[in-house]
Design a binder for this molecule. Structure first.
Ligand SMILES: NC(=O)c1ccc[n+]([C@@H]2O[C@H](COP(=O)([O-])OP(=O)(O)OC[C@H]3O[C@@H](n4cnc5c(N)ncnc54)[C@H](O)[C@@H]3O)[C@@H](O)[C@H]2O)c1
Ligand SMILES: O=C(O)C(=O)C[C@@H](O)[C@H](O)[C@H](O)COP(=O)(O)O
Length: 640
């Protein structure tokens, strides 16, 4: 799927895509529209009236690794400019690099190089220099704590390739870290030594490789590799790839939507896009370094074997010892028995604190894999690779991990944060239509509690979403789905970054879940989670209406939007139990069972039930200790 096609379709989605998250595709759209192209007038003046401008990607790597070839290829494919820091230096200094080395020495060259690179990657410099006197701006330049620039003020243009030694400068390292925090991508091209040495020595113009190039190159590699790897937001092993293939891989990375989750330790990114599993090695660390994972347990269900094969291949290629652990499907996997079996396997494998777990699959698999990671040796590194829509929009982010017990859903677990979430949207293509649709339940929830534009997108594309065949998702449909995922994850991020341990705001993510979890339990998990949450939201809306918080139109709208995408809006077991043919005893028995389960909800306090309700679209609040009559009345309203 080419970026050009994707961009065109993004526009078709007809929604506001400007966000505070890193989404290269969105920013590139502005450049393609001509807003920034060709605005680079001064030597380092890459700024317009309103915005700071930084490159989409900065390539780093050893001499001969392909930074120029692949960087140019990426720029050509995207129709954007390519900059090479060495060429910039030669232009600015009006001298060949070799000449600068010879006449002014390496130290002087590195100082100029550092300054030139800073001009590209320090958005704060570009930004501040517009509004401050030159004195103040030069102070800002060297400040270790740059001013915070709203992400919406940063625009991306072009691709920049750095000289091999540039990242070894401490100030450049600081600048590159800052650049990555602003949303830039630092791409480390990790080439096979013989190939790179051959390329690097071909022109004979590199001053450092004049004598004994093989040894010099290998020594430099030993000195630099770890620094490159640490600075990189993405490491691309280039061996076996043509420049075009490598460039396409980079474009996939640039096209990702990346949402940063803070408020947790570690902070982490959620990558949403194509081939995001490629980031696994960057998240797990170099297996040959002392901090990197050596053994990786890939925990998944059988239904996602082909996606797990892809992850395993990436991991093995990087040198990890990979063990696949296949767990039972869906809620059957969220049990203490499964957890205990996996603990035994980790023990036999000798898993240490530097080893890691990758959870791959739907929300059930990622919940249980996260719980195993949280509890093994009191917590080892783990990565979530969600493969269902529901897991992408909700379960994989936020660090809630856990299992079910006889008494109910998710009653045992912990808050445990992944080092990253890699949502590879191509995995959605193997979902069944029912599992895709249930994921929309949590998407609608995110819309009701926090982002009404989600509901507008759903209204606009309801027919497409209801009839979607995941095996044949078109580019246009994928763009809409990606936007729904990104928006939902952003809602989740806002709640969990502020309140990881669910002391306040995070409870709103539980909208529809109080009854939803009871339905799942009473239906012995034959209902999908998202389906149960859909009916749970109608219940919460009815309860809110009884308490005068919303009007009838709101309840009807809730039902209509859920129905429009094919989610259930009635609960047949309840209709039978509370319907006209039911006896008083049957009704009471049913009501008591539902109430008993709802009292085990994690929002309950003592004997008090607490619900999340929505008082207007996009705004949630709590309803505490509602009368039992109202709780039962709302149940009766669900009976058709
Ligand atoms: N931790 C959280 O914050 C959180 C949030 C929401 C939901 N959850 C939990 O997530 C679970 C629901 O998640 P779910 O809806 O993904 O259910 P699930 O994990 O049961 O997956 C649904 C089904 O789809 C299969 N599947 C997943 N990805 C597939 C793919 N790409 N191709 C083919 N089949 C695939 C699964 O094997 C399963 O059979 C529940 O247990 C719920 O409690 C947790
Ligand atoms: O992340 C949260 O917090 C949520 O409540 C998200 C819910 O969608 C999710 O189903 C969660 O697993 C429910 O948590 P629980 O604490 O009610 O079991």
């Amino acid at each position: 799927m080419s970026w050009h096609r994707k961009r065109r379709h993004k526009a078709d989605a007809g929604t506001d895509t400007r966000t505070d998250t890193r989404s290269g595709g969105q920013q590139r759209g502005q450049e393609r529209s001509g807003q920034h192209a060709g605005q680079r007038t001064g030597q380092r003046a890459r700024r317009n009236e309103k915005n700071a401008v930084i490159p989409y990607a900065v390539f780093i790597g050893m001499p001969g690794s392909g930074k120029t070839r692949i960087g140019r290829e990426v720029a050509n494919l995207l129709g954007i400019r390519f900059y090479d820091s060495d060429e910039e230096i030669e232009r600015i200094e009006d001298m060949r690099i070799a000449e600068i080395f010879e006449t002014r020495g390496e130290a002087e060259f590195r100082a100029v190089e550092c300054d030139v690179i800073a001009g590209f990657v320090r958005a704060d410099r570009a930004y501040r220099s517009r509004s401050q006197s030159s004195d103040t701006s030069s102070r800002t330049r060297h400040s270790q704590r740059p001013p915070r620039i709203p992400r919406s003020h940063i625009h991306f243009e072009g691709i920049l390739s750095l000289g091999g030694g540039a990242p070894m400068n401490a100030q450049t390292q600081e600048n590159l870290r800052h650049y990555a925090r602003m949303g830039g991508q630092v791409i480390y091209l990790n080439a096979e030594p013989e190939e790179a040495i051959e390329h690097a020595t071909r022109s004979g113009t590199r001053p450092l490789l004049k004598h004994n190039p093989h040894k010099v190159w290998m020594d430099l590699y030993d000195q630099r590799h770890e620094t490159y790897a640490q600075l990189a937001t993405f490491t691309l092993p280039t061996h076996g790839k043509t420049p075009r293939q490598a460039a396409n891989t980079v474009i996939d990375v640039l096209d990702e939507s990346i949402i940063h989750v803070s408020g947790a330790s570690p902070e982490y990114d959620v990558h949403i896009g194509i081939n995001t599993m490629q980031h696994l090695p960057d998240l797990l660390g170099d297996p040959s370094s002392k901090d990197g994972a050596v053994r990786v347990a890939l925990i998944h269900t059988e239904s996602v074997q082909r996606h797990s094969d892809k992850a395993r291949a990436i991991l093995r290629r990087t040198g990890y010892e990979v063990t696949e652990i296949v767990i039972p499907d869906a809620e059957e996997g969220k049990t203490l028995r499964v957890v205990s079996d996996v603990w035994d396997q980790l023990g036999e494998l000798g898993f240490t604190r530097s080893d890691a777990i990758v959870g791959l699959g739907g929300g059930a698999a990622t919940d249980v894999a996260g719980f195993i990671a949280a509890t093994w040796l009191r917590g080892i590194r783990y990565v979530n690779c969600p493969t269902s829509l529901l897991a992408m929009v909700d379960a994989s982010t936020g660090g809630k991990t856990g299992i079910n017990t006889e008494a109910g859903k998710n009653l045992v677990g912990s808050f445990y944060t992944p080092v990253g979430v890699l949502a590879d949207v191509d995995t959605l293509r193997t979902l069944s239509p029912r599992i895709f649709t249930e994921g929309l339940g949590e998407v609608v929830k995110a819309g009701f509690i926090s982002d009404q534009s989600i509901l507008r997108i759903i209204e606009k594309h309801a027919d497409m979403l209801r009839t979607l065949d995941p095996a044949h998702i078109t580019d246009e449909q994928m763009n809409i789905i990606i936007e729904l995922i990104s928006r939902s994850v952003r809602v989740k991020e806002r709640h969990v970054s502020t309140d990881l341990k669910e002391k306040g705001l995070r409870e709103f993510l539980n909208y529809g879940h109080t009854l939803g979890h009871a339905i799942e339990k009473m239906e012995h998990f034959t209902w999908r989670h998202g389906e149960a949450v859909a009916v749970g939201m109608i219940y919460a809306a009815e309860l809110a209406e009884i308490h005068g918080i919303v009007d009838r139109d709101f309840v009807d709208y809730t039902r209509d939007i859920l129905e429009s995408v094919g989610l259930p809006t009635t609960w047949s077991t309840l209709s039978e139990a509370l319907g006209p043919d039911a006896t008083d005893a049957q009704m009471e028995d049913f009501e008591d069972r539902v109430l008993e389960i709802m009292h085990r909800d994690k929002k309950a306090r003592g004997r008090m039930l607490r619900f999340v309700v929505v008082d207007e679209i996009g705004h949630a609040r709590r309803l505490e200790d509602p009368s039992e009559d109202s709780v039962i009345e709302a149940l009766h309203r669900l009976a058709s």
